[in-house]
Write a protein that binds this ligand. Structure first.
Ligand code: TXA
Ligand code: MG
Length: 347
């Protein structure tokens, strides 16, 4: 028996009554799960300290991990930040609505709960008709982290959300599967040099083509030293983790495949692989295919769905190849490294 009501909406043309109901809940301080083009978000009034705190409680999220404020367009942006650099305009014009989040110096309007006590605020304009309709109807910035329990894989379909958040939120809007499948790219414009804090739906190559120099925060590819202060607080926690330990393999593809085949016996093993390879793993308990080799968009789209499916197979261990860092591959690699707590074997 589920406890939180579900309203199904047409992802292209959402029913205004459903959107009105969801917006009224958010305006009253409630929590609403809604689809975006990246992953499902857990939304609340981003200007209301108490509503933001309810997000942290529902997710079991550490209070120092700030939230992204979602807007339907640029009109509300100047009120939320102290400085609006030209680069922000350039980037939002190039990539919004879309999977890009910018970190800017915050104004006094942004409550401390939304910014995790930092002096900055993260903002994005999602590219999804349901999210945009909801944001317009709310007439407020909507704070929305991914709609998963803290530490678990992000949800790309409502079925993933329900297992984590049923009974903890006021309403689910079901708009079907998310197109991108990985969260937005987070880029900070609050320091000297634009800095990539989290790779996502907009690639590093796209950012550099638009604005030139972009630095990459070390936490994107390397494990953090235990006492280091990360640029994006979210990057310090173990993340995206399926229940079974995940081990990543790096080396020539034939050796990676041979290693995985040699480790299937006597345990419940799950395999993440590419199209054309699945027949090698008929002895595995579960096999998930990410897409054709090199098709980073397909891998991004399927990764979290694959991790959720592997979770349901009660596995002892999961093996996956370490992806390349080209294009969206960098984001897939980053999520897999976090999910594996940086367990990588060279073969
Ligand atoms: O695609 C997405 O971005 C999804 C959808 C729902 O929009 N949202 C999402 O939110 O992924 P969340 O909370 O799961 O991840 C936000 C990330 C975290 O790593 C957080 O630390 C970082 O953005 N972040 C938020 N505000 C920040 C700030 N002021 N400075 C640095 N990092 C920030
Ligand atoms: Mg998240």
């Amino acid at each position: 028996m589920y406890r939180t009501p579900v309203v199904t909406v047409d992802p292209c043309a959402p029913n205004p009554a459903a959107i009105g109901r969801a917006a009224a809940l958010i305006r009253r301080g409630g929590l609403v799960v809604f689809p975006t083009e990246t992953v499902y978000g857990l939304g609340a009034n981003g200007l209301d300290e108490a509503a933001c705190r309810r997000i942290f409680a529902a997710k079991g999220r550490p209070a120092d991990n700030p939230l992204i404020l979602h807007l339907p367009g640029l009109a509300a942006l100047p009120a939320l930040c102290r400085e609006l650099p030209d680069l922000a305009h350039t980037l939002f014009e190039a990539f919004s609505p879309g999977p890009l989040t910018l970190v800017l110096k915050k104004s006094a309007l942004v409550p401390a709960a939304a910014s995790g006590g930092l002096d900055t605020v993260a903002v994005r304009i999602p590219d999804h008709p349901v999210a945009l309709a909801l944001l317009r109807a709310c007439r407020l910035p909507v704070a929305a982290p991914s709609a998963n329990l803290s530490g678990r894989p992000s949800p790309t379909a409502l079925s993933h959300v329900r297992g984590d958040l049923d009974g903890r939120v006021d309403l689910f809007l079901d708009g079907g599967p998310c197109r991108v499948g990985l969260e937005s790219t987070v880029l900070s414009l609050a320091g000297e040099v634009p800095t990539l804090l989290r790779p996502g739906g907009i690639s590093l190559e796209q950012l550099r083509a638009a604005i030139g120099e972009v630095a990459v925060a070390p936490s994107v590819t390397a494990p953090l030293a235990p006492d280091a202060a990360p640029a994006a607080p979210g990057m310090k926690y173990r993340h995206y983790a399926p229940q079974a330990p995940l081990v990543l393999l790096v080396g020539p593809q034939d050796r990676v495949l041979a290693y995985m085949r040699a480790h299937l016996a006597d345990r419940r093993v799950g395999i993440l692989c590419y199209e054309g390879e699945q027949d090698l793993f008929s002895a595995a308990t579960a096999v998930e295919v990410l897409g054709a080799p090199g098709d980073n968009e397909a891998h991004a789209h399927r990764l979290f769905e694959a991790l959720h499916r592997l979770d349901r197979a009660a596995l002892d261990c999961i093996y996956a190849p370490l992806p390349s860092s080209e294009g969206l591959g960098l984001a897939v690699r980053n999520r897999l490294l976090k999910a594996a707590a940086h367990t990588v074997i060279e073969v």
